[in-house]
Design a protein around this ligand. Structure first.
Ligand code: ATP
Ligand code: MG
Length: 151
């Protein structure tokens, strides 16, 4: 999704289709919405949630920078696992503003990685929004299996 109305229109249509047709637990395919600041990613994510609610499908909209902050704080009181559970298991998870923050390899691998691994296995869809396109995000996160930066 970028500033052009055409691309934005396609993102909206894709999002509506997703919200109307997704079957969590049977079909794990999610969405990746990217675009510059203020084009309406969070707005679309909220619209997806409304449509899911009409279909009685539970969802959680998680603002990623805040969630990661909370997880880092939860290490001290030992509640990380407990807090991960809800996010792992919710039928549709919407991760808003992924990549807006610098991510430690702990957060990337032991928080985000654990969540996404579980959801993939259980066929639970995840919707991402980001200011980065997919390639940029990959660079930003430098995903690897064991942590650390690739090459
Ligand atoms: N389709 C729309 N109809 C009406 N208002 C909209 C629409 N899309 C976005 N807006 C409004 O435009 C503003 C910016 O939208 P939003 O916050 O969703 O953008 P964003 O892409 O999430 O921005 P950021 O990159 O800063 O997170 C908000 O005030 C929102 O209510
Ligand atoms: Mg936003």
């Amino acid at each position: 999704m970028d500033e052009s109305d055409d691309t934005r229109g396609k993102a909206v249509i894709q999002s509506l289709r997703f919200a109307n047709e997704t079957h969590p637990g049977e079909q794990g395919e999610g969405l990746y919405l990217h675009g510059m600041f203020g084009v309406g990613k969070t707005y679309i994510a909220a619209a997806i949630q409304n449509t899911l609610a009409e279909r009685n499908i539970q969802s959680m909209l998680v603002y990623v920078p805040e969630f990661f902050r909370e997880m880092r704080q939860s290490v001290a009181d030992g509640t990380v696992t407990e807090k991960l559970e809800a996010v792992k298991r919710v039928p549709v998870l919407l991760l808003d503003d992924l990549g807006a923050e610098t991510m430690s390899s702990w957060v990337r691998d032991d928080v985000l990685g654990v969540i996404l691994q579980y959801r993939m296995t259980e066929k639970l869809p995840t919707v991402f929004t980001s200011n980065w396109d997919y390639d940029e995000l990959e660079d930003h996160l430098s995903f690897s299996q064991k942590g650390g930066k690739n090459a």
